[in-house]
Design a protein around this ligand. Structure first.
Ligand SMILES: C[S@@+](CC[C@H](N)C(=O)[O-])C[C@H]1O[C@@H](n2cnc3c(N)ncnc32)[C@H](O)[C@@H]1O
Length: 234
């Protein structure tokens, strides 16, 4: 399957539009069903089992974070490993609920949300992050802009984790069946578009800046997902 990037409906809906609210609820369920919390936690543990990461708060940035609830679920797991963090949730839309902010605070994790375009932020104001992650986000961009996004991210972090749609026949079939889970029309459309724009093989590694300072790995994860990790050598 050739990679095809097309617009997703959710990206252009106002945050309060009931179709957008419904679709973000669908995303919460789909992240759970696809096991993204576990996939990202295993990747984090494989690459972050160092005392340094526990000795001080991590600077943690999520790109295209949406409502922040996926990172909140990760925070609950990672806090149990002894990790604390200063979190930045970056998304074009500010859809982080007060309850989500309170839940981060209850873990003693600070959180700020930044509502802007990812390129503007990475180019101009983003601070350095220990860990940067992206979930169901990188597939929005065609290869040339994705290569630029990854180049900017590589200049701002030591560890980059991503969990994206897998571009495979099985994932494509699954994306056509989301009506059975009660997903709304926006989600049903965007899911098919997302799989066609998703990743396979070592496509993300090929777009990551070629540099001996970095080690990359990527693989199929779960039934429908694709996990990518880039780690800067110590
Ligand atoms: C499919 S949603 C995933 C949200 C979240 N990561 C999750 O798993 O629920 C993609 C998100 O990317 C955001 N987005 C799309 N293009 C963006 C851009 N150029 N800059 C920042 N955010 C963007 C959208 O607003 C949306 O919240």
């Amino acid at each position: 399957m050739r990679r095809v990037v097309e617009p997703e409906i959710l990206d252009d809906l106002p945050p309060a539009d009931p179709r957008a609210v419904g679709s973000r609820g669908d995303l919460r369920r789909l992240n759970f069903i696809m096991g993204h919390e576990g996939i990202l936690t295993r990747a984090f543990r494989r690459h972050c089992e160092t005392a340094a990461f526990r000795a001080r708060p991590l600077r943690l940035v999520e790109l295209g974070a949406g409502d922040g609830t996926l990172l909140l679920r990760l925070a609950r797991r990672w806090a149990a490993l002894g990790v604390t963090a200063e979190v930045t949730l970056l998304d074009r839309q500010d859809v982080v609920a007060v309850a989500t902010r309170r839940a981060f605070a209850a873990l003693q994790w600070s959180v700020e949300s930044v509502a802007t375009d990812v390129f503007a932020w990475l180019e101009q104001t983003s601070p350095h992050a220990d860990v940067m992650l992206a979930n169901l986000f990188l597939h929005h961009f065609p290869d040339p802009s994705l290569a630029e996004l990854l180049r900017l991210a590589a200049a701002r972090t030591n560890l980059f984790l991503a969990c994206e749609p897998r571009r495979s026949p099985l994932a494509l079939v699954g994306s056509h069946l989301l009506g059975l889970l009660g997903c709304n029309r926006v989600t049903r459309h965007d899911a098919v578009v997302s799989v066609r724009a998703g990743f396979a093989g070592r496509e993300l590694s090929a777009l990551w800046p070629a540099n001996v300072a970095w080690e990359t790995s990527e693989r199929a994860a779960g039934l429908f997902s694709h996990c990518f990790v880039a780690q800067r050598h110590a």
